[in-house]
Design a protein around this ligand. Sequence first.
Ligand SMILES: Cc1ncc(COP(=O)(O)O)c(C=O)c1O
Length: 433
Amino acid sequence: MTASLTDTRSSELFRHALELLPGGVNSPVRAMRAIGREPIFIARGEGAELYDVDGNCYVDYVCSWGPLIHGHAHPEVLAAIGVAAAKGTSFGAPTPGELELADEVARRMEGVDMLRMTSSGTEAAMTALRLARAATGRERVLKFAGAYHGHVDDLLAVAGSGLATGGLPASPGVPAGAAAGTVVVPWNDADALLAATERHELAAIVAEPLPANMGLVPPRDGFLELLRDRADANGALLVLDEVISGFRVASGGAQELLGVSGDLTILGKVIGGGLPAAAVGGSSELMRMLAPSGEVYQAGTLSGNPLAVAAGLATLELLDEAAYLRLGAITERLAAGLREAAGDYPVQVVSAPGLLAVFFSEGPVDSFEGAQACDRGAHASWCRELLSRGIYPPPSQFEAWFPSLAHTPEQLERTIEAASAAFSCLAQMGLSR
Ligand SMILES: Cc1ncc(COP(=O)(O)O)c(C=O)c1O
């Protein structure tokens, strides 16, 4: 069932968008530049399928970059939003739902006694840094190359020329001083982590416990334990960013799946069920440092928004033990099918429940450097071929696939068939190596 993509209307809208929005989009990866094509304008989504403005239908593996673990327009999530909206969309005052959500999160996430909600993961990361600095009386933080924690100045840093120099701005406009306070260490590099933690007094070690912003690069055996150990030895807080992995890879996130525990946890995506919500959580002792119970200032007009809280609660309520087993099975079938589809084409399919990456690499990828060394040209061609066959993959080698509970066996088989045809096309184009 090969359908070639008609994109006249998307193309027209994109020309118009280029006049109104920088690059035609409101967030860069949507522009699809990494796979050498224009963005597709979406009309609607249903379950695991997306429909574009040209009438094409796709099996969606982006799912809004993670929040939609039950797929698009799930009836129970929509109903909860509807009920909440009918009562008013925002009050700037506490509502009972915020307590229910904080309670539900505390029940699921070990180490989270209290929660402060924000509207985006970026804000939650910013809040976690401020809290860690206030708690330790230190400023410097450590992050890992290739990890993404939102567009917080301090965390938009790349490695400088040596450990002594701190980080360099990863974007124009990031103050050199902000980046210099961030030590950037290669992921999975125990020696570099030891050296950095011996050299610097840190406020925080910030990490995605299951990094999913460089494809999907799980920690090597013992690496998370080392993070915990080095944070304690250094006197730093371990800040675990579970914006992607939280409530996705397990009820208690990557911390439950991989057996590690952070001092502060950053949450986002699933917690808002597709509406803007995120949070930082931790022990009561740390969290009570936030205003107004403590001195650390943090605020937000729409924080704990009743619609987002209702969507998040409805989403979490559907995530029981059976749901996680099913999501694991869906992901495994997809991963196995993509490996079969690739045949002897050199790719590495990596997965965790609800997450997957297809690296165009001859060998395993366990660092950002490894992800950067992938054949991104071949990956881009493969993604374009998938799109032309009605499959919507994340349009970058550095983004993970988000299989959801809405993906049906038929859609998975359709995906595997399209992937197989797309690999054959690459081989025909001479892109096999
Ligand atoms: C691990 C991680 N942390 C933080 C963020 C920032 O979240 P937001 O886009 O809601 O600001 C993201 C966004 O993708 C993320 O993947």
